[in-house]
Design a protein around this ligand. Structure first.
Ligand SMILES: *Cc1c(COP(=O)(O)O)cnc(C)c1O
Length: 224
């Protein structure tokens, strides 16, 4: 598990280069399609937070690794009939963009535990048809509606950029999410999380204020 240690070192170096406070950028290891053994290996190297996209696949790994205090993050597309299992098995959801899903997650979480589910709203910065998430213009209203849902704790914003951008374009995209978070906080929100940056664009994300990088292939190797 040399790759993950080297990646963490690189994150510390980038924090320094972009004048970010040390340890202000955390790593979410995206473990979709990775085996339980690979996750355990990363865990033993000191990695505690893992992100999964597909509920059925995740539930198998969560059950297999339940002896370990791993923090599981759901980062995939949400379906209404999966909200209960998501609320019961994950600590975080990054991919929330629908009020009905939010209410269902909150209700299921409350029924299970007093510890709220941490959520980020997924914003579609590049406005690609294929990308999920809400548009920036819809963000304010949805954030206001979700803020007070019992069982949820609104922590911040999440985005995925297009894959073909250059460094300056990546920075511009991430900057929009940063500014959107600032604007919400200026209205009295208390958002502390910017979930942005993947294997190919995490440097730009760190430059623009990411607090949580979602990285898969640079941790585990390319998915087959
Ligand atoms: C797969 C995935 C990632 C990680 O992508 P890599 O390119 O492997 O780093 C991050 N976020 C989401 C939502 C993903 O689906």
């Amino acid at each position: 598990m040399i790759a993950i240690l080297r990646l963490k070192q690189k994150i510390r170096q980038l924090e320094a280069s972009y004048h970010r406070p040390i340890n202000s950028v955390a790593l979410l290891a995206v473990s979709k399609s990775q085996s339980t053994e690979s996750i355990l290996e990363a865990y033993k190297s000191g990695q505690n937070a893992f992100g999964e996209n597909y509920l059925q696949e995740a539930l198998v790994k969560i059950a297999a690794l339940k002896a370990y205090p791993i923090e599981w993050h759901f980062i995939g597309a949400i379906q209404s009939n999966k909200t209960k299992a998501i609320a019961e098995n994950f600590s975080w959801v990054h991919s929330l963009s629908d009020l009905t899903h939010a209410k269902r997650l909150g209700r299921a979480r409350l029924a299970q535990t007093t510890e709220p589910l941490n959520v980020c709203l997924q914003v579609n910065i590049s406005q690609e048809e294929s990308k999920s998430g809400i548009n920036l213009i819809e963000l304010n209203d949805l954030a206001k509606e979700i803020k007070d849902i019992a069982g949820l704790r609104l922590r911040g914003l999440m985005t995925l950029l297009q894959a073909n951008l250059d460094f300056e374009e990546q920075k511009q995209g991430f900057r929009q999410l940063f500014l959107a978070q600032q604007a919400l906080n200026a209205q009295g929100f208390n958002l502390d999380t910017l979930s942005m940056g993947m294997s190919h664009d995490y440097s730009a994300a760190i430059a623009e204020g990411a607090t949580l990088l979602r990285i898969g292939s640079a941790v585990f190797g390319e998915r087959i």
